[in-house]
Design a protein around this ligand. Structure first.
Ligand code: PBG
Length: 326
């Protein structure tokens, strides 16, 4: 009896052939590395994120040089302020930590594309992303401060601003203030689809930004919702967002795919702190093959439709790609 069937294995027989028919590529051009800057001198390891450090301004040139050498084209800056106050003053201070870091990097390395996280939660004692009144996070009252923060970053030299606060109307507010100051050409990367997620846990330790009361569920999205993701992204696009982010990434690949299919703007995946910590922890135990798992995860985000990936693994990926095993 003659069996007739398809031979899918033919194209898997040789490594060169496998790479020729590979549908998804990961390259260093895809990466944005999150970088925490601090007023304190030196490097300070983040316990919950092995390999991630707070970097003092005295070490910043070295850190940027290292990233450049590895081929990382872009960073997302986060700041650890000296003081927190109710108005989140250091978020938009001319000599705030992020503003200082931007000016310093621009002086020493103008190839590095500087994106900045625009938010208030690291800068106020309540640890919320907007102005707090009683147990409420005020929306419209927060917009002016968030816009002012974005403007101060751009005035310091930031190339792209990325608001992560999830207040309604923030893209409109930021676009208006940037245009008013003639920064027509500065793009906005919106954290458009940001879920209220436990995967941010290690970041909040890293950024000292855990909410002092309550949670972020009145402004960040419910992980159960995907139609709402389209509504959020559509509003941000109309308000002037140039790129759309989905965050977290790995438990939300269907959302990345939906945003990819529904919009023509570039889509960015944020491979968040908890996703990083879980892989690092299991690898430290010897339970998984870190390199394989990391690359499989990166491929998955690209395959789902991400054009870019914000990841704490960017340096590791640079090492893997340099070995040309992918
Ligand atoms: C600030 C902000 C957070 C992250 C990026 N920007 C924390 C949060 O919203 O609680 C999370 C990043 C990560 O977990 O890696 N709003």
């Amino acid at each position: 009896m003659e069996l007739r069937f398809d031979r899918h294995r033919r194209l898997r027989s040789h490594p060169a052939l496998r790479s020729m028919v590979r549908e998804t590529q990961v390259t260093m051009q895809d990466f944005i590395y999150p970088l925490f800057v601090t007023h304190e001198h030196g490097y300070h390891p983040v316990a919950s994120m092995p390999g991630v450090m707070h970097v003092g301004l005295d070490q910043l040139d070295r850190e940027i040089a290292l990233l450049s050498e590895l081929g990382v084209p872009s960073i997302m800056l986060f700041g650890l302020p000296q003081n927190k106050d109710d108005l989140s003053s250091e978020a938009y201070a001319t000599d705030g930590i992020v503003q200082q870091a931007i000016r310093q990097i621009k002086k020493t390395n103008d190839h590095m594309l500087i994106m900045t996280d625009v938010c208030l939660c690291q800068y106020n004692p309540a640890g919320h992303c907007g102005i707090v009144q009683g147990d409420q996070i005020l929306n419209d009252e927060s917009l002016a401060l968030i816009a002012q923060t974005a403007l101060s970053h751009v005035q310091a030299g930031a190339d792209v601003v990325a608001p992560s606060d999830m207040m309604d109307g923030r893209i409109a507010a930021i676009r208006a203030i940037l245009d008013e100051h003639h920064f027509y050409h500065t793009p906005i990367l919106s954290y458009a689809v940001k879920y209220a997620s436990a995967f941010y846990g290690p970041f909040r330790e890293a950024a000292h930004s855990a909410p002092a009361f309550g949670d972020r569920k009145t402004y960040q999205m419910d992980p159960a919702n995907v139609r709402e993701a389209i509504l959020e992204a559509e509003s941000d696009r109309k308000e002037g967002a140039d790129m759309l982010m989905v965050k977290p990434a790995l438990a939300f690949l269907d959302v990345i795919k939906t945003v990819r299919d529904s919009f023509s703007l570039p889509v960015v995946a944020y491979n968040v702190s908890g996703e990083y910590a879980m892989i690092k922890a299991a690898a430290q135990q010897g339970w998984i093959d870190e390199q394989q798992i990391v690359m499989e995860s990166m491929i998955a985000m690209k395959r789902a439709g991400a054009d870019m990936i914000i990841s704490y693994f960017a340096k590791d990926v640079a090492g893997y790609l340099a070995k040309k095993e992918y």
